[in-house]
Design a protein around this ligand. Structure first.
Ligand code: ADP
Length: 473
């Protein structure tokens, strides 16, 4: 830029200098003619004209004077013939300068140095007997003012050069500073990214860039976007690892839960086949009944697994229709009555008269009740009580299953809805309870836009409850 600046300045100054010189001297040739230097009153001969021109040239050594004809041939000149070229001068610039509208500078040929173009003055002239048509005055050397101005120009350039150099240096320093300011946050971002990568995508990104999001520049916004992205990756990686661990746990759990009843059943059947002849009819029936029980547990477990898989794969759709929940509860309670009686547990259902209908899928809600009542019986000691109660609750019907069982510790309460989560892992597996029941209940209630809640006290018992929306009248 500095070089371009100097070149442009120089060129423009040269042009200015030529233009001012030529403007000042434009009328010079005409002045000579007006002052009758050719003594045009009487018919001059060629020698006389030549002499007059030479004299004029001698008076002012900074100009060369030529008389030329219409096509540019030199008729007379103040320059000795040995010092100039022969041949015609280009008359086009002369014609241009005679038009007052033409812009200066106009450069013409210098017969002394044909390779150079010079500023000049010209005027039409008519001399009897001679073919001269134009007086052509070449301004050879610049006048004093021009020299002074050129000097000024050189000073101006060198001063400007110093200025430009200073500006250049300060702009380099400024760009370095700006660059540093720009790259520093980028560097910080890079090291944060590296730390994040090296921490195996588990480090929490500093939330500083997040806060800067609103007011920050592009880099800060980039940093904040990165932090958000990193957070997303971190959660997803975390989730992936959890799912992986859960899958692993599930596999172990399922194999264990399947193996126990299978092994029991196998032992019973083997005993039956080995000691068939030694066994009485009653013993044989006991073995068979025990095997059937294990079979039922297996079937229950496989059924729970299948249901959980279907719910997770969104393959289950709730067919909502008006339903009398009291009837359904009655049916389900009846199913469990025998099992409860065997263990001396009081199982009963309570519902107010004229309970409003709810909007629900009967099959799915039956499953919910099955699981909740089954759990209540499972975790209630003999001679306890299980109560299924229905009540209206604003625009909904509330269903609660209360038992006098072992209760659930507060720490476990938030986790029992997870798949395969069991409080006492050693206890329930053999009974076909794989920790799926409550997760199935939760998923089914979600299909009804409802949720499962639990109140519990260790040693006293638990209440599981949910609300179903009333069907429109
Ligand atoms: P499972 O099929 O093993 O019963 P659930 O998902 O139904 O699995 O229940 C998860 C865990 O919650 C159970 O292992 C049990 O510890 C606890 N739980 C569920 N219902 C009750 C209850 N009524 N009383 C005490 N604990 C319960």
């Amino acid at each position: 830029m500095t070089i371009v600046f100097v070149v442009v300045l120089r060129a423009s100054h040269q042009r200015y200098h030529l233009e001012s010189d030529q403007t000042v001297n434009r009328g010079l040739a005409q002045q000579y003619i007006d002052n009758n230097f050719l003594l045009s009153e009487r018919p001059p001969d060629a020698a006389e004209v030549e002499r007059a021109i030479r004299q004029l040239g001698a008076v002012n050594p900074r100009i060369d004077i030529y008389l030329i004809d219409g096509v540019g041939n030199i008729v007379a000149s103040s320059v000795p013939e040995s010092l100039r070229v022969h041949g015609p001068i280009d008359v086009a610039p002369i014609l241009r300068i005679l038009r007052p509208t033409e812009r200066l500078p106009i450069l013409g040929q210098d017969p002394r140095e044909p390779s150079e173009q010079k500023i000049f003055s010209a005027a039409p002239v008519a001399i009897r007997e001679l073919p001269a048509k134009y007086l052509y005055v070449v301004l050879r050397s610049p006048n004093r003012e021009a020299a002074v101005s050129r000097l000024q120009m050189d000073y101006a350039i060198s001063e400007n050069l110093a200025g430009v150099t200073a500006v250049m240096l300060s702009s380099i320093i400024a760009s370095l500073v700006v660059l540093r300011l720009l790259t520093r946050p980028l560097g910080r971002l890079e090291s944060a990214m590296l730390r994040f990568r090296d921490s195996n995508f588990s480090e929490v990104m500093p939330d500083e860039p997040l806060r800067a999001y609103e007011r920050g520049d592009e880099i800060e916004r980039l940093a904040s976007l990165f932090a958000q992205l990193a957070e997303l990756i971190r959660t997803q990686v975390h989730q992936m690892r959890r799912t992986d661990a859960m899958r692993q746990e599930m596999l172990t759990s399922v194999s264990h839960d399947l193996r126990t009843p299978l092994a029991t059943m196998q032992a019973q059947l083997e005993a039956l086949s080995l000691h068939d002849s030694a066994l009485g009819a009653e013993q044989r029936r006991d073995y068979l009944e025990a095997s059937i029980k294990q079979c039922q547990r297996l079937a229950h477990l496989v059924d729970q697994l299948l249901q959980a898989a279907k719910l997770e794969g969104h393959q289950v759709k709730a067919e909502l229709e008006p339903l009398q929940l009291a009837d359904l509860v009655q049916d389900v309670v009846q199913k469990f009555e025998m099992a409860a009686r065997e263990r001396n547990i009081v199982l009963h259902a309570e519902a107010p008269d004229r309970l409003p209908l709810v909007l629900a899928d009967a099959g799915l809600i039956e499953r919910v009740l099955d699981n909740l009542i089954d759990n209540a019986l499972q975790y209630t000691p003999d001679a306890g009580a299980v109560r299924v109660a229905l009540s209206t609750n604003g625009g909904a019907v509330r269903c609660s299953v209360t038992d006098t069982g072992c209760g659930i510790a507060e720490a476990d309460r938030s986790r029992i809805f997870e798949r395969f989560y069991r409080v006492d892992k050693s206890r329930s597996g053999g009974a076909g309870h794989a920790g799926l029941g409550l997760s199935i209940v939760t998923a089914i209630l979600q299909l009804h836009s409802a949720s499962l809640h639990v109140d519990s006290e260790i040693g006293t018992g638990s209440t599981f409850w949910f609300d179903l929306p009333r069907a429109a009248a």
